[in-house]
Design a binder for this molecule. Structure first.
Ligand code: FRU
Length: 760
């Protein structure tokens, strides 16, 4: 085999190797002189980080090979994460139990029957001799009675095992059976609708994506609730096993992912089922005509996709210590990208799980490298996009044809000419426009890839320079798109500028728990001297904060808290106190103590965050004492976002003829509600209270009379960094630093603006 053909055949692995080499060569070096990228811990992090997407991508691969697509996997993972977390923490007949127990029973019934039938059918076939290819007919006993008995026995056994767990709480094996069964049934339903209704997989799984999200929310209750899982307290201790290192070597999620790749890979390569999957993707009609039960095979691929989403969900719950309806948001797209990068064709018929493994790893390593270089997260997205397009251009046949073209000309021959319309001969030396286009596309792909890779290795602000500074401090910010966060980052950067001996690395969690966990893991690998974190939510970030603490890194938790008190310090506002101040003022606005009257809309911040709960509790300490106050909404979360609050308010306005006061857990949400009211022409009818009090946001809104009041929630940027430096320099720091608040109304708004150098 010529070298070029070898390269062309193995091109799948070259991308992976190239990324790996770039990682090694460009890696920052720890203070002990070790290559951080290559360190065992870092590579394990990558494996763990890709495992959940990897499991989803594994199921997706077979679906795509049949020519289908599964957009519902993210939502299926969400349902299963909610089911899993609920089973682990809430005993008794919860919605999760009502869903899980019948699901397990049904799957067991079906599985028991199918296995026995399969065995009898194969026995019959082998008895009929090797020349037999037709359909075997089984008698009543072997074809129906025995399979039914086996199914019933298996069903009874599984119920016997699970029902006592409903009474207590589910254990690790219990949820590992239950959640995947729920996923499997939803997945199978996808398949049945697609096959039975002869519908496009795209539209059916899109519909399932939306439906399943609704089911996940209904199951979780309280609108978008997050179900926290803390092992040892509200879940069983053994559940922790799923976030540990198996045999002290491989992270558990990684083991599941690699196991799934190997098992499903073997099924696809070695069994008739696997051959059918490819045949259907190649030409479904032909496959059907040659006697393949195409419908059943397709249903099975969707069922497996759902099953793997269920397994991924259990690992998600273990990893992030929570189940929630938005757990899998956007996951389907990451999975599809990884599958396609791995060389599986979206047209069906072509692809492999080895490819998907490469695709998933390429993605994971790339994120890791970009993060280790502390590349601006917005730029990271651009680079990733370029790399996806580049890799796919190279992976797709185009690159192969480029190679074959080179190979043939190398031997002095030209590639075979396509028969041309009209039969005219092509002039020697002239290429068809298609070939030129193809070459151009290859070149484009390679260029994009090279540019992105060079940019990746060239942009490395941490390197040598950083090492010379005395302290490297990592700050994991949850998001940068909200005004308060932007101010927070400005404050911390301004403070850092005053300390020439400090190298501050800021990461952006992009408002996703999973991304923020990966960011913190990267900072731990970089052995930062101190870690500052403003977490997306409590439960999801607690595990990784503990990891940092175990790695002996002093941790400073800013603004939103986590569920451990083992950190070095907390810096932030007192949200209970702010909530109380808001509640007291609301009572005053509605007529005063003992006389207050009116309809109140409260828009919650993120349900999984401590500030939202504290702001709620504090507020109600005052308002609940007033019998005349009526609450119009039942726990509606706008997740701190202006647009979400607008929508909640728009509905509230439609449903309620009179609203007297809106309490938004932050200013963007209070303002979103104001805009909705204004658009309905009703803004004068009510008062709006928010929290944050940024001079260039809330205070201005109050000054303009759009918000009635806001309460200052100072960003802990400057103070947090000062405290960390103090600690690193050997001084003692207190466990908690609470930043003061201030009520801002029309009366003092202009003054506050002037104080901050803003012309009112
Ligand atoms: C920004 C923000 C602020 C809010 C804080 C609560 O992400 O939503 O508006 O006060 O987080 O943690």
């Amino acid at each position: 085999m010529s070298a070029l053909r070898l390269i062309s055949r193995t091109k799948l692995y070259w991308g992976l190797i190239a990324i790996f080499l770039i990682g090694v060569l460009s890696s920052p070096v720890s203070s002990k002189g070790t290559n951080i990228f290559l360190s065992y811990g870092n590579l394990l992090d990558v494996l763990r980080q890709v495992s959940i997407t990897g499991l989803i991508a594994t199921g997706m691969t077979a679906v795509i090979i049949t020519g289908g697509i599964d957009l519902s996997v993210g939502s299926l993972m969400a349902i299963c994460s909610v089911v899993c977390a609920m089973l682990l923490t809430v005993p008794g007949g919860t919605p999760a139990a009502w869903m899980a127990v019948p699901a397990v029973g049904l799957v067991a019934l079906f599985l028991g029957a199918a296995v026995v039938r399969f065995v009898f059918a194969n026995l019959a076939k082998s008895r009929a001799g090797s020349g037999f290819h037709g359909v075997v007919r089984l008698d009543l006993l072997r074809g129906t009675v025995m399979p039914a008995v086996a199914g019933i026995v298996l069903c009874a056994l599984s119920l016997w095992y699970l029902l006592p767990q409903v009474e207590a709480k589910f254990g690790v094996l219990g949820v590992l059976i239950a959640a995947p069964c729920v996923g499997l049934l939803f997945g199978a339903l996808n398949g049945v609708i697609i096959v039975g209704g002869r519908l496009q997989p795209f539209i059916v799984t899109l519909a399932m994506m939306v439906t399943a999200l609704g089911v996940a929310r209904l199951t979780a209750g309280q609108n978008n609730a997050v179900l926290p899982v803390y092992t040892g307290s509200n879940a069983t201790e053994e559940f922790e096993v799923l976030r540990s290192l198996a045999f002290g070597i491989v992270p558990m999620p990684g083991l599941f992912f690699l196991g799934a790749i190997i098992i499903y890979g073997a099924v696809l390569r070695l069994t008739p089922f696997g051959r059918y999957v490819y045949a259907i993707g190649g030409n479904e009609e032909a496959a059907r005509l040659s006697g393949i039960a195409a419908g059943r095979v397709k249903i099975a691929t969707y069922a497996v996709s759902g099953l793997l989403a269920g397994i991924a969900a259990v690992l998600y719950v273990a990893q992030y210590r929570q189940g929630k309806p938005d757990a899998g948001a956007g996951l389907e797209l990451d999975a599809i990208a990884a599958v396609v990068i791995g060389g599986t064709s979206l047209m069906g018929g072509r692809g492999s799980l080895a490819g998907t493994l490469c695709g998933v790893l390429i993605f994971g390593l790339l994120s890791n490298i970009l993060q280790l270089h502390n590349i601006n997260s917005n730029l990271q997205l651009v680079l990733k996009g370029m790399i996806i397009v580049g890799t796919v251009l190279v992976q797709e046949r185009n690159a192969g044809e480029l190679f074959s073209h080179l190979r043939l000309t190398e031997r002095g021959r030209r590639p075979p000419k396509r028969p041309r319309r009209g039969g005219r001969r092509r002039k020697p030396g002239l290429e068809t426009s298609e070939e030129t286009r193809m070459k151009r596309r290859d070149m484009l792909g390679l260029a994009a890839l090279t540019a992105a890779l060079i940019a990746t290795s060239a942009l490395s602000p941490t390197s040598a320079l950083a090492q010379e500074k005395k302290w490297t401090i990592g700050f994991s910010q949850v998001t940068t798109i909200e005004p308060w966060r932007a101010q927070f980052n400005k404050d911390i950067l301004a403070e850092a500028a005053k300390h020439p001996d400090v190298n501050l690395i800021i990461t952006d969690g992009e408002d996703k728990t999973e991304k923020q966990v990966a960011d913190v893991e990267n900072l731990i690998r970089q052995q930062v001297d101190a870690l500052l974190i403003s977490p997306k939510e409590s439960a999801g970030l607690t595990g990784v904060v503990q990891e940092a603490i175990e790695a002996k890194i002093p941790v400073f938790v800013l603004d939103r808290n986590v569920d451990t008190k083992d950190y070095t310090q907390f810096v932030g506002g007192d949200n209970k106190l702010i909530g109380r101040a808001a509640g007291e003022y609301a009572v005053e606005l509605l007529g005063g103590k003992g006389k207050a009257k009116g309809n109140v809309v409260e828009i919650w911040g993120g349900m999984g965050t401590e500030p939202a709960h504290d702001r709620h509790d504090g507020f109600h300490e005052f308002t609940d004492k007033e019998p005349g106050i009526k609450y119009l909404l039942d726990k509606q979360s706008g997740d701190w976002k202006q647009d979400q609050a607008y929508n909640i308010m728009a509905t509230a306005l439609r449903n309620n003829e009179h609203i007297d006061l809106v309490y938004g857990h932050n200013d963007p949400m209070a303002y979103g509600a104001y805009l909705a009211a204004k658009d309905a022409g009703r803004e004068k009818e009510m008062k709006f209270i928010g929290i944050d009090g940024l001079p260039n946001e809330g205070v201005q809104l109050v000054n303009k009379g759009e918000l009635t009041a806001t309460f200052v929630y100072a960003t802990p940027g400057a103070e947090g960094l000062r405290q960390a430096i103090k600690y690193l320099n050997g001084e003692k720091v207190e466990k908690e630093v609470i930043l003061p608040t201030k009520k801002i109304t029309k009366e003092n708004a202009a003054e506050v603006l002037k104080e901050n150098g803003i012309n009112p």
